[in-house]
Each structure stands twice: as structure tokens, then as C-alpha cells.
Design a protein around this ligand. Structure first.
Ligand code: LLP
Length: 417
């Protein structure tokens, strides 16, 4: 459930009229709802409490990384799943607790590893044997012990889009689960490593519980095998991946998901680490855009809007469907089926296809479910300044990232002498 609701003809973000926000801050505009973020985080936390699980929720920063958002989560006690030194810097700036940070990703540099060790993160999610050697070397040079988990690839089909499926054996992530025992045994002999846990993330936008359970079964077999070999783990990181409702999907709720995990984990004295991104943020944000022109080519109708694939690439990149709604219902406008497209010079620049809308030039549209992998995947393609981001809290709104200017676009660029 989110706090973007319609009252009569007006779309509201909590108690703020979206049309007024567009007027105040301009478009394209990312609008996030603080109450929705809090509600979604709390759903995870409450479900764990109810199931009696020792847990750590590490919000996946890549989903939406504005420090204003991270700060809201940090205040709730959230940990963070990061994939770069840049994300760690954001977490620290936002008041996040480094000791609740897990560091994922297949290509960690020595500098990033050093930075993470200096700040005292909870754990590295190690994705290869070569990375173990690198972490060990950096830790040795610093004369500290690096906390590690091995990310295992359970070869489970997450049943999601191929670009966001990560747990199959031909994906680049993790180590094959059948090699894990040997790698753990090797790591256990390395003096500057401390083995903490095991990690598994099989993909994103999962709408069924079964792939999670299949992956956990395989991970638990490994945990038992490790225990039999004298390697005990203090946590199991189940990754992120819980899907959301973009178009009538009915993914498991955090309650159902956590309860199912808890059932499998009963009797085990182990902390569960979660890395949710989308489930917390997707429906906590919208992208507001203004219709520039309505145009008809032959029998095809286009709504050309001021947001584009550089602002929200999910439709272009994954053929992702996100709901598009009128911000204000305009009773004088007639309904028509439009492709909603941006000004970028690519045929793939669309935000939605075949959408029935009653709009005129100058009207506002809201692209729903844009809070995750929206702004963070945006770019300056076509030299388009990136959108502003705001957070609403009840009847208040706060700018959390200013709209970029033309000067921002060329910041750091130089003419030849
Ligand atoms: N943990 C790891 C190691 C991940 O790679 C990811 C996402 C997450 C957690 C968070 O997954 P979530 O709970 O958000 O599903 N850009 C794509 C999604 C890419 C996901 C990448 N990894 C999209 O817009 O659909």
C-alpha cells in the first residue's frame, strides 16, 4: 500500500496535491512519499518480529540512493546493501551505521575494500575466489580481519526478466554452490578473514515464493555441510528480490515471505539478513511529467512528454510496464490511446505504449512505481539535465535533489588550450 491517492479529480502524494508540487518544483519531477517508505520498511521489520527472527534489513541502495531517502531509512534503524564505494559514501553521509552495511558486487576494487574496512562494515558478500585473495591482501596490509560471506549461486530460476535474474549458473554472480565448501575451507585458513555467513540473491521482481524457498533449501544444505566440517556461520543473507505490483502482480507480502523463511529456519540459531530494494521503494515514488505535444502520425497517437528514457529507462531497457495516470482529471479532454514518449532521439524512448488517457497539451501525467531503479538509473543522455527529487511528508514537501542546470551538465569538462 502506498500514499499516492486520488481525491476527486486530484492526485495526491500524502497530503500534497501533485499538481501543486509540479507547479512549485517544475517537471520532470521525482516525488517520494516518506510515509510509504516507512510503511514498507516497517512491514519487513514487523514480519521478522512476529516470526521471532534475529534479523538485519539492509536496504539495497542501488534502488534509490538519494541521501534524503537513505536518511529516512537510517532513522528507522535500517542497514544497507551497497555495491560501490560511492554507495558507502552516501550511506555515511546519510547517517547510516557502517556496522549494518553489507557490500555486494562482483568487481570490488582494492580502494573500495580498504574504505569499507576503515569504516567497519558488517560483511563483504564475496563473489569469487580472486576477490577473497584481494580482500585478504588488503586486510593484511591494514592488519585487520575482514568479515566475509560467500555469495553462492544456487542455480535456481527466479522466473523473472533475464536481465534481472542472477541465480542461474550462467550468470556472472556468486560462486557455484557445489564449489562453496572447498572455497570456505580455503578461506578458513586465511588469517585476515573472519567467516560470518553465506549470501544468496537470485534475482529481482520475484512474484512467487517458490524460487526463494528452493534457493534457501540449497543454502541450508550447504550450511549443514559447513557445520559438519567445523565452519559455523552466524548469518544467512537471503538477498533482495521481492517483487511489487506494477500491473496487477500479486507478489508475496513481506509477512508471507518472512513467515515462509522462518518456517524453514526454525530451530537454527542464525541471523537473517535481507537486502530489499524494490519492495521498499518502487511504489514509494512517482515521476511527474508534463505533456508537451499531442501528435498523430497516420493512425498512431503520441503524447510527447518532458520526461524521457534518460529519466526513467526501465520501459526502454526491460520493456517494463509502469502505470501512467493523469495527475488532474480533465473532464473536457477526450480519451485516446497514446504512446507516451520522451524527446530523446531514439525510437526506444518511450515511457508507456498504448495507454488510454484523457489529456491535452500542458496536462500532467504521473508514472507510478518509479521510486526504485528510476532516478538511480537516469543519465544525461541528449544533454538533458537530470530531474529534481522531492520528498513529501504529510502536507510538507522537501527538495532532496535540485534539478540539474546547464552548468551542472558540463561540470568538470574542459576546452583544449
Ligand atoms: N541484493 C543484490 C545483490 C542485488 O543485486 C540486488 C538488485 C538487490 C539486493 C535488490 O534487489 P530488489 O529487492 O530491488 O529486487 N534495474 C532493474 C533491477 C536490477 C536489480 C539489481 N540487483 C530494474 O529496474 O528492474
Amino acid at each position: 500500500m502506498d500514499f499516492f491517492q486520488r481525491q476527486q479529480q486530484h492526485l495526491y502524494a500524502e497530503n500534497c496535491k501533485v499538481a501543486q508540487l509540479a507547479e512549485d518544483y517544475g517537471t520532470p519531477l521525482y516525488v517520494y512519499s516518506k510515509a510509504t517508505i516507512e510503511r514498507h520498511y516497517q512491514a519487513f521489520a514487523d514480519a521478522n518480529q512476529a516470526a521471532g527472527l534475529d534479523h538485519l534489513i539492509c536496504y539495497a541502495v542501488k534502488a534509490s540512493s538519494n541521501i534524503g531517502i537513505l536518511n529516512v531509512l537510517a532513522r528507522l534503524g535500517s542497514g544497507f546493501d551497497i555495491v560501490s564505494g560511492g554507495e558507502l559514501a552516501r550511506v555515511l553521509k546519510a547517517g547510516g551505521d557502517a556496522s549494518k552495511v553489507v557490500f555486494s558486487g562482483v568487481g570490488k576494487t582494492s580502494a573500495e575494500i580498504r574504505f569499507a574496512l576503515e569504516t567497519g562494515i558488517h560483511c563483504f558478500n564475496v563473489e569469487s575466489e580472486a576477490e577473497i585473495d584481494r580482500i585478504h591482501a588488503v586486510a593484511q596490509a591494514m592488519q585487520v580481519k575482514a568479515p566475509i560471506s560467500l555469495r553462492v549461486n544456487p542455480d535456481v530460476d527466479a522466473g523473472t526478466h533475464p536481465y534481472i535474474s542472477t541465480g542461474l549458473k550462467d550468470n556472472k554472480f556468486g560462486v557455484p554452490i557445489k564449489e562453496a565448501l572447498r572455497i570456505y575451507q580455503q578461506a578458513a585458513t586465511m588469517p585476515y578473514l573472519e567467516i560470518k555467513g553465506v549470501d544468496c540473491h537470485i534475482g529481482s521482481q520475484l512474484t512467487e515464493i517458490q524460487p526463494f524457498m528452493d534457493a534457501l533449501d540449497r543454502v541450508l544444505l550447504l550450511v549443514d555441510e559447513l557445520a559438519a566440517n567445523g565452519i559455523s556461520l552466524s548469518h544467512i543473507d537471503v538477498g533482495g528480490g521481492l517483487g511489487v505490483d506494477y500491473r496487477g502482480e500479486t507478489p508475496p507480502t513481506p509477512e508471507r515471505y518472512v513467515a515462509a523463511l522462518a518456517k524453514k529456519l526454525s530451530g537454527r540459531n542464525v541471523k537473517v539478513v535481507y537486502e530489499p530494494g524494490r519492495a521498499i521503494m518502487a511504489n514509494a515514488g512517482i515521476l511527474v511529467t508534463e505533456v508537451e505535444f499531442l501528435k498523430t502520425n497516420e493512425d498512431k497517437h503520441f503524447a510527447i512528454v518532458d520526461a524521457a528514457m534518460n529519466d526513467l529507462i526501465r520501459p526502454s531497457l526491460y520493456q517494463a510496464w509502469q502505470e501512467i495516470v493523469e495527475v488532474e482529471i480533465d473532464p473536457s479532454a477526450s480519451k485516446q490511446v497514446y504512446d507516451v514518449v520522451g524527446p530523446v532521439c531514439e525510437t526506444g524512448d518511450f515511457l508507456g505504449k498504448d495507454r488510454q488517457l484523457a489529456i491535452r497539451s500542458g496536462d500532467l501525467l504521473a508514472i507510478r512505481s518509479a521510486g526504485a531503479y528510476g532516478f538511480t538509473m537516469s543519465s544525461n543522455y541528449n544533454s538533458r539535465p537530470r530531474a529534481a527529487e522531492i520528498m513529501v511528508d504529510g502536507e510538507h514537501s522537501y527538495i532532496i535533489r535540485e534539478r540539474e542546470s546547464f552548468d551542472d551538465l558540463i561540470k568538470g569538462e574542459h576546452l583544449l588550450p
